[in-house]
Ligand binder design. Structure first.
Ligand code: AMP
Length: 396
Protein backbone atom coordinates (compact mmCIF):
# COMPACT_ATOMS: atom_id res chain seq x y z
CA UNK A 1 0.00 0.00 0.00
CA UNK A 2 1.35 3.44 -0.95
CA UNK A 3 0.63 6.70 0.80
CA UNK A 4 -0.75 8.21 -2.42
CA UNK A 5 -3.41 5.46 -2.55
CA UNK A 6 -4.69 6.03 0.99
CA UNK A 7 -7.57 8.36 1.73
CA UNK A 8 -6.24 10.37 4.65
CA UNK A 9 -8.77 13.22 4.63
CA UNK A 10 -9.99 13.97 8.12
CA UNK A 11 -8.30 10.80 9.38
CA UNK A 12 -5.92 10.59 12.32
CA UNK A 13 -2.61 9.67 10.74
CA UNK A 14 0.01 8.47 13.17
CA UNK A 15 3.43 9.11 11.65
CA UNK A 16 6.66 7.61 12.99
CA UNK A 17 9.27 10.21 12.15
CA UNK A 18 12.97 10.39 12.93
CA UNK A 19 13.37 13.59 14.91
CA UNK A 20 16.46 12.27 16.69
CA UNK A 21 18.32 15.56 16.15
CA UNK A 22 21.57 16.73 17.74
CA UNK A 23 21.09 19.34 20.50
CA UNK A 24 23.70 21.56 22.11
CA UNK A 25 24.11 22.30 25.85
CA UNK A 26 21.35 24.90 25.69
CA UNK A 27 19.01 22.55 23.87
CA UNK A 28 19.33 24.31 20.54
CA UNK A 29 19.04 22.05 17.53
CA UNK A 30 22.41 22.06 15.79
CA UNK A 31 21.25 20.24 12.64
CA UNK A 32 17.61 20.08 11.57
CA UNK A 33 18.16 17.86 8.54
CA UNK A 34 16.05 15.06 9.98
CA UNK A 35 13.13 17.40 10.62
CA UNK A 36 13.33 18.79 7.10
CA UNK A 37 13.46 15.25 5.71
CA UNK A 38 9.95 14.65 7.05
CA UNK A 39 8.45 17.73 5.36
CA UNK A 40 7.36 16.12 2.05
CA UNK A 41 5.11 13.68 3.92
CA UNK A 42 3.87 16.33 6.35
CA UNK A 43 3.09 18.85 3.63
CA UNK A 44 1.21 16.19 1.69
CA UNK A 45 -0.85 15.23 4.74
CA UNK A 46 -1.65 18.89 5.37
CA UNK A 47 -2.69 19.38 1.78
CA UNK A 48 -4.96 16.33 2.07
CA UNK A 49 -6.48 17.66 5.30
CA UNK A 50 -5.37 14.85 7.59
CA UNK A 51 -5.04 15.06 11.37
CA UNK A 52 -1.35 14.50 11.97
CA UNK A 53 0.09 12.82 15.06
CA UNK A 54 3.88 12.64 15.09
CA UNK A 55 5.96 10.30 17.21
CA UNK A 56 9.74 9.91 17.45
CA UNK A 57 12.57 8.95 19.72
CA UNK A 58 15.43 11.22 20.76
CA UNK A 59 18.68 9.77 22.07
CA UNK A 60 18.79 7.15 24.79
CA UNK A 61 17.19 8.80 27.82
CA UNK A 62 16.68 5.71 29.94
CA UNK A 63 20.34 4.79 29.70
CA UNK A 64 21.21 8.15 31.23
CA UNK A 65 18.49 8.04 33.87
CA UNK A 66 19.81 4.66 35.05
CA UNK A 67 23.27 6.19 35.47
CA UNK A 68 23.90 8.38 38.50
CA UNK A 69 24.78 11.05 39.27
CA UNK A 70 23.54 13.14 36.36
CA UNK A 71 26.52 15.19 35.19
CA UNK A 72 24.85 17.71 32.86
CA UNK A 73 23.02 20.77 34.16
CA UNK A 74 19.98 19.58 32.22
CA UNK A 75 17.86 16.75 33.60
CA UNK A 76 17.31 13.79 31.27
CA UNK A 77 13.65 14.83 31.03
CA UNK A 78 14.75 18.17 29.55
CA UNK A 79 17.72 16.91 27.59
CA UNK A 80 15.76 14.24 25.77
CA UNK A 81 12.51 16.15 25.33
CA UNK A 82 11.22 16.66 21.80
CA UNK A 83 9.94 20.11 22.76
CA UNK A 84 12.67 22.03 20.85
CA UNK A 85 11.70 20.00 17.78
CA UNK A 86 8.09 21.20 18.03
CA UNK A 87 9.33 24.78 17.92
CA UNK A 88 11.58 24.16 14.92
CA UNK A 89 8.82 22.31 13.11
CA UNK A 90 6.48 25.25 13.73
CA UNK A 91 9.00 27.51 12.03
CA UNK A 92 9.47 25.14 9.10
CA UNK A 93 5.78 24.54 8.49
CA UNK A 94 4.59 28.01 9.47
CA UNK A 95 1.84 26.65 11.65
CA UNK A 96 1.14 25.72 15.24
CA UNK A 97 2.22 22.35 16.58
CA UNK A 98 0.63 21.05 19.74
CA UNK A 99 3.35 19.43 21.82
CA UNK A 100 2.22 16.85 24.39
CA UNK A 101 4.26 15.89 27.44
CA UNK A 102 3.81 12.18 26.95
CA UNK A 103 3.13 9.76 24.11
CA UNK A 104 0.40 7.69 25.79
CA UNK A 105 -2.19 8.18 28.53
CA UNK A 106 -5.52 9.92 29.12
CA UNK A 107 -4.33 13.46 28.31
CA UNK A 108 -2.87 12.35 25.00
CA UNK A 109 -6.04 10.45 24.14
CA UNK A 110 -8.25 13.44 24.84
CA UNK A 111 -6.01 15.83 22.86
CA UNK A 112 -6.12 13.47 19.92
CA UNK A 113 -9.89 13.13 20.16
CA UNK A 114 -10.29 16.90 19.88
CA UNK A 115 -8.18 17.24 16.74
CA UNK A 116 -9.50 18.98 13.64
CA UNK A 117 -8.22 18.29 10.15
CA UNK A 118 -4.89 20.08 9.53
CA UNK A 119 -3.98 19.92 13.23
CA UNK A 120 -0.55 18.59 14.14
CA UNK A 121 0.37 17.00 17.43
CA UNK A 122 3.91 16.01 18.39
CA UNK A 123 4.14 13.38 21.10
CA UNK A 124 6.95 13.35 23.66
CA UNK A 125 9.98 11.07 23.21
CA UNK A 126 8.83 7.46 22.88
CA UNK A 127 11.94 6.24 24.67
CA UNK A 128 10.89 7.75 27.98
CA UNK A 129 8.96 4.47 28.14
CA UNK A 130 11.12 1.35 28.34
CA UNK A 131 8.30 -0.48 26.52
CA UNK A 132 9.25 1.26 23.28
CA UNK A 133 12.55 -0.59 22.86
CA UNK A 134 11.03 -3.82 24.18
CA UNK A 135 8.38 -3.71 21.47
CA UNK A 136 5.78 -4.18 24.21
CA UNK A 137 2.42 -5.21 22.80
CA UNK A 138 0.25 -3.19 25.19
CA UNK A 139 2.35 -0.05 24.64
CA UNK A 140 2.10 -0.56 20.86
CA UNK A 141 -1.66 -0.95 21.16
CA UNK A 142 -1.95 2.26 23.18
CA UNK A 143 0.04 4.16 20.56
CA UNK A 144 -1.92 2.59 17.71
CA UNK A 145 -5.21 3.61 19.34
CA UNK A 146 -4.27 7.23 18.76
CA UNK A 147 -4.41 6.88 14.98
CA UNK A 148 -6.49 5.37 12.21
CA UNK A 149 -3.60 5.00 9.77
CA UNK A 150 0.09 4.42 10.47
CA UNK A 151 2.87 5.87 8.32
CA UNK A 152 6.49 4.82 8.71
CA UNK A 153 8.71 7.74 7.77
CA UNK A 154 11.64 7.20 10.14
CA UNK A 155 14.20 5.52 7.91
CA UNK A 156 16.82 5.99 10.63
CA UNK A 157 14.78 3.66 12.88
CA UNK A 158 13.50 0.93 10.53
CA UNK A 159 16.34 -1.43 11.40
CA UNK A 160 15.05 -1.54 14.98
CA UNK A 161 12.17 -3.81 15.99
CA UNK A 162 10.63 -1.40 18.47
CA UNK A 163 7.01 -0.73 19.43
CA UNK A 164 6.68 2.34 17.24
CA UNK A 165 8.30 0.69 14.22
CA UNK A 166 6.96 -2.88 14.21
CA UNK A 167 4.42 -3.00 17.05
CA UNK A 168 2.05 -0.24 15.98
CA UNK A 169 1.62 -1.38 12.35
CA UNK A 170 0.27 -4.71 13.62
CA UNK A 171 -2.80 -2.82 14.78
CA UNK A 172 -3.33 -0.30 11.97
CA UNK A 173 -3.36 -0.07 8.18
CA UNK A 174 0.22 0.92 7.47
CA UNK A 175 2.33 2.36 4.68
CA UNK A 176 5.65 4.04 4.12
CA UNK A 177 5.87 7.83 4.15
CA UNK A 178 7.57 9.58 1.24
CA UNK A 179 11.00 9.63 2.90
CA UNK A 180 11.01 5.88 3.55
CA UNK A 181 9.57 5.28 0.06
CA UNK A 182 12.44 7.26 -1.44
CA UNK A 183 15.10 5.49 0.64
CA UNK A 184 13.71 2.09 -0.36
CA UNK A 185 13.64 3.11 -4.03
CA UNK A 186 17.34 4.03 -4.05
CA UNK A 187 18.58 1.05 -2.06
CA UNK A 188 16.50 -1.40 -4.12
CA UNK A 189 17.93 0.12 -7.27
CA UNK A 190 21.45 -0.30 -5.87
CA UNK A 191 20.94 -3.89 -4.79
CA UNK A 192 18.65 -5.30 -7.45
CA UNK A 193 19.02 -3.18 -10.52
CA UNK A 194 22.36 -1.42 -10.46
CA UNK A 195 23.91 -0.39 -13.73
CA UNK A 196 27.52 -1.42 -14.16
CA UNK A 197 30.26 -0.57 -13.49
CA UNK A 198 29.01 -0.62 -9.92
CA UNK A 199 31.58 0.62 -7.39
CA UNK A 200 31.33 0.74 -3.60
CA UNK A 201 33.48 2.95 -1.42
CA UNK A 202 33.78 1.86 2.18
CA UNK A 203 35.58 3.67 4.95
CA UNK A 204 35.05 4.77 8.52
CA UNK A 205 36.48 3.31 11.66
CA UNK A 206 34.76 -0.02 12.17
CA UNK A 207 35.46 -3.07 10.04
CA UNK A 208 32.99 -5.30 11.86
CA UNK A 209 30.11 -3.05 10.76
CA UNK A 210 31.00 -3.50 7.11
CA UNK A 211 31.88 -7.19 6.81
CA UNK A 212 28.27 -8.08 5.98
CA UNK A 213 28.16 -5.28 3.41
CA UNK A 214 31.30 -6.54 1.66
CA UNK A 215 29.98 -10.11 1.65
CA UNK A 216 26.65 -9.05 0.21
CA UNK A 217 28.07 -6.67 -2.37
CA UNK A 218 30.99 -8.78 -3.68
CA UNK A 219 28.92 -10.86 -6.12
CA UNK A 220 27.12 -7.79 -7.48
CA UNK A 221 29.93 -5.32 -7.67
CA UNK A 222 32.85 -4.46 -9.95
CA UNK A 223 35.10 -2.91 -7.29
CA UNK A 224 35.13 -2.09 -3.61
CA UNK A 225 37.43 0.77 -2.68
CA UNK A 226 38.42 0.62 0.97
CA UNK A 227 39.81 3.57 2.90
CA UNK A 228 39.49 5.12 6.35
CA UNK A 229 40.42 3.39 9.58
CA UNK A 230 39.02 0.06 8.39
CA UNK A 231 41.64 -0.18 5.63
CA UNK A 232 44.39 -0.89 8.19
CA UNK A 233 42.84 -4.13 9.40
CA UNK A 234 42.86 -5.29 5.76
CA UNK A 235 46.47 -4.13 5.26
CA UNK A 236 47.46 -5.93 8.46
CA UNK A 237 45.84 -9.07 7.03
CA UNK A 238 48.17 -8.68 4.04
CA UNK A 239 51.14 -8.53 6.38
CA UNK A 240 51.77 -4.79 5.94
CA UNK A 241 53.19 -2.89 8.91
CA UNK A 242 50.46 -0.45 10.00
CA UNK A 243 52.25 1.19 12.95
CA UNK A 244 49.72 2.51 15.47
CA UNK A 245 46.88 2.80 12.94
CA UNK A 246 43.37 1.78 13.83
CA UNK A 247 43.27 -2.01 14.05
CA UNK A 248 40.40 -4.37 14.75
CA UNK A 249 42.39 -7.37 15.88
CA UNK A 250 39.33 -9.62 15.94
CA UNK A 251 38.57 -8.92 12.29
CA UNK A 252 42.00 -9.64 10.75
CA UNK A 253 41.07 -13.24 9.84
CA UNK A 254 37.78 -12.31 8.22
CA UNK A 255 39.53 -9.45 6.39
CA UNK A 256 42.03 -11.97 5.03
CA UNK A 257 39.29 -14.27 3.79
CA UNK A 258 37.37 -11.35 2.22
CA UNK A 259 40.53 -10.30 0.40
CA UNK A 260 40.92 -13.83 -0.90
CA UNK A 261 37.31 -14.00 -1.99
CA UNK A 262 37.31 -10.52 -3.49
CA UNK A 263 40.63 -10.80 -5.32
CA UNK A 264 41.20 -7.79 -7.56
CA UNK A 265 37.74 -6.44 -6.87
CA UNK A 266 38.92 -5.10 -3.51
CA UNK A 267 41.24 -2.12 -3.75
CA UNK A 268 43.13 -0.89 -0.69
CA UNK A 269 45.03 2.40 -0.35
CA UNK A 270 48.60 2.19 -1.60
CA UNK A 271 49.81 5.28 0.26
CA UNK A 272 48.78 7.11 3.40
CA UNK A 273 48.85 10.38 5.20
CA UNK A 274 50.31 9.46 8.56
CA UNK A 275 50.43 11.46 11.79
CA UNK A 276 52.21 11.04 15.11
CA UNK A 277 48.92 11.77 16.92
CA UNK A 278 45.28 12.51 16.17
CA UNK A 279 45.43 16.26 16.60
CA UNK A 280 45.66 19.40 14.47
CA UNK A 281 49.17 19.95 15.80
CA UNK A 282 50.40 16.50 14.67
CA UNK A 283 53.48 16.00 12.50
CA UNK A 284 52.43 14.65 9.12
CA UNK A 285 54.07 12.55 6.40
CA UNK A 286 53.02 10.72 3.26
CA UNK A 287 54.22 7.14 3.08
CA UNK A 288 53.77 4.30 0.63
CA UNK A 289 52.94 0.87 1.96
CA UNK A 290 54.53 0.47 5.40
CA UNK A 291 53.62 2.75 8.30
CA UNK A 292 56.43 3.15 10.85
CA UNK A 293 55.85 2.37 14.52
CA UNK A 294 54.55 5.32 16.51
CA UNK A 295 52.69 6.73 13.48
CA UNK A 296 49.14 6.15 12.37
CA UNK A 297 47.25 6.43 9.10
CA UNK A 298 44.77 9.30 9.22
CA UNK A 299 43.86 9.65 5.52
CA UNK A 300 44.43 7.91 2.20
CA UNK A 301 47.43 9.35 0.32
CA UNK A 302 47.43 11.27 -3.00
CA UNK A 303 48.35 8.21 -5.06
CA UNK A 304 45.38 6.34 -3.61
CA UNK A 305 43.10 9.28 -4.34
CA UNK A 306 44.21 9.12 -7.99
CA UNK A 307 43.73 5.36 -8.12
CA UNK A 308 40.23 5.66 -6.62
CA UNK A 309 39.34 8.35 -9.17
CA UNK A 310 40.57 6.14 -12.03
CA UNK A 311 38.27 3.35 -10.89
CA UNK A 312 35.32 5.66 -10.24
CA UNK A 313 35.46 7.61 -13.45
CA UNK A 314 33.53 5.09 -15.58
CA UNK A 315 31.10 4.07 -12.83
CA UNK A 316 27.37 4.00 -13.54
CA UNK A 317 26.47 3.28 -9.90
CA UNK A 318 28.33 4.36 -6.77
CA UNK A 319 27.46 3.65 -3.18
CA UNK A 320 29.58 5.17 -0.44
CA UNK A 321 29.61 4.42 3.26
CA UNK A 322 32.30 5.71 5.61
CA UNK A 323 34.80 8.58 5.32
CA UNK A 324 38.26 7.83 3.90
CA UNK A 325 40.11 9.62 6.69
CA UNK A 326 39.50 11.45 9.95
CA UNK A 327 37.76 14.21 7.97
CA UNK A 328 36.57 16.00 11.12
CA UNK A 329 40.14 17.39 11.25
CA UNK A 330 40.63 19.44 8.07
CA UNK A 331 44.25 18.36 7.57
CA UNK A 332 43.10 14.70 7.52
CA UNK A 333 40.10 15.31 5.26
CA UNK A 334 41.70 15.69 1.87
CA UNK A 335 41.10 12.15 0.62
CA UNK A 336 37.43 12.24 1.59
CA UNK A 337 37.01 15.72 0.12
CA UNK A 338 38.72 14.99 -3.19
CA UNK A 339 36.83 11.76 -3.74
CA UNK A 340 33.55 13.46 -2.77
CA UNK A 341 34.22 16.31 -5.19
CA UNK A 342 35.16 13.89 -7.95
CA UNK A 343 31.98 11.87 -7.48
CA UNK A 344 29.89 15.04 -7.28
CA UNK A 345 30.83 15.83 -10.88
CA UNK A 346 30.16 12.35 -12.26
CA UNK A 347 26.98 11.71 -14.16
CA UNK A 348 25.80 8.46 -12.58
CA UNK A 349 23.75 7.12 -9.70
CA UNK A 350 25.45 8.24 -6.48
CA UNK A 351 24.05 7.02 -3.18
CA UNK A 352 25.62 8.18 0.06
CA UNK A 353 25.09 6.28 3.30
CA UNK A 354 23.87 8.12 6.37
CA UNK A 355 25.86 9.15 9.43
CA UNK A 356 29.44 10.33 8.97
CA UNK A 357 29.49 10.04 5.18
CA UNK A 358 26.43 12.27 4.94
CA UNK A 359 28.10 14.68 7.39
CA UNK A 360 31.26 14.74 5.26
CA UNK A 361 29.34 15.44 2.04
CA UNK A 362 27.47 18.24 3.83
CA UNK A 363 30.72 19.66 5.22
CA UNK A 364 32.07 19.96 1.68
CA UNK A 365 28.84 21.55 0.41
CA UNK A 366 28.16 18.77 -2.09
CA UNK A 367 24.76 17.59 -0.91
CA UNK A 368 22.92 18.80 -4.01
CA UNK A 369 25.27 16.95 -6.32
CA UNK A 370 24.45 13.47 -5.05
CA UNK A 371 21.51 11.36 -6.24
CA UNK A 372 20.56 10.40 -2.71
CA UNK A 373 21.94 10.91 0.78
CA UNK A 374 20.45 8.43 3.18
CA UNK A 375 19.02 9.65 6.48
CA UNK A 376 19.82 6.37 8.22
CA UNK A 377 23.38 5.38 9.11
CA UNK A 378 22.68 2.00 10.69
CA UNK A 379 19.65 1.33 8.50
CA UNK A 380 21.54 2.01 5.26
CA UNK A 381 24.36 -0.34 6.31
CA UNK A 382 21.90 -3.09 7.17
CA UNK A 383 20.12 -2.56 3.85
CA UNK A 384 23.43 -2.99 2.02
CA UNK A 385 24.08 -6.13 4.03
CA UNK A 386 20.98 -7.55 2.39
CA UNK A 387 19.18 -7.84 5.71
CA UNK A 388 15.45 -7.45 5.92
CA UNK A 389 14.73 -4.32 7.94
CA UNK A 390 11.95 -5.08 10.44
CA UNK A 391 10.26 -1.69 10.12
CA UNK A 392 9.99 -2.13 6.35
CA UNK A 393 9.17 -5.85 6.35
CA UNK A 394 6.14 -5.15 8.52
CA UNK A 395 4.73 -2.76 5.91
CA UNK A 396 4.77 -5.46 3.24
P1 AMP B 1 32.18 4.52 11.17
O1 AMP B 1 31.16 4.86 12.20
O2 AMP B 1 32.75 3.17 11.33
O3 AMP B 1 31.68 4.79 9.75
O4 AMP B 1 33.39 5.52 11.41
C1 AMP B 1 33.35 6.89 11.14
C2 AMP B 1 34.56 7.53 11.73
O5 AMP B 1 35.71 6.92 11.18
C3 AMP B 1 34.71 8.99 11.47
O6 AMP B 1 34.44 9.71 12.64
C4 AMP B 1 36.17 9.14 11.06
O7 AMP B 1 36.86 10.15 11.76
C5 AMP B 1 36.75 7.81 11.41
N1 AMP B 1 37.94 7.49 10.61
C6 AMP B 1 38.13 7.67 9.29
N2 AMP B 1 39.37 7.37 8.92
C7 AMP B 1 40.02 6.98 10.04
C8 AMP B 1 41.34 6.55 10.33
N3 AMP B 1 42.26 6.46 9.36
N4 AMP B 1 41.66 6.25 11.60
C9 AMP B 1 40.73 6.34 12.57
N5 AMP B 1 39.47 6.73 12.37
C10 AMP B 1 39.10 7.04 11.12
Amino acid sequence: MQLKDIDVENKRVLVRVDFNVPLDENLNITDDKRIRAALPTLNYLLEKKAKIILMSHLGRPLKEISKSPVTSHQSPAQKYSLKPVAKRLEELLGRRIEFLNDCIGAKVESAVKNMQSDDIILLENLRFHSEEKKNDKEFSRQLANLGEIFLEDAFGAVHRAHASTVGVPQFLPAAAGFLVEKEIKFFEQILKNSQKPFIAILGGAKVSDKIGVIENLLPKIDNILIGGGMAYTFLKAQGVNIGSSKLEEGSVEIARSLLEKGGEKIILPSDHLIADKVDVSAHLKIVEKEIPDGWLGVDIGPQSVERFKQVLKTAKTIVWNGPLGIFEIDAFGRGTKEVAEFIANLDCLKVIGGGDTAAAVAKFGLENKMSHISTGGGASLEYLEGKELPGIAVLR
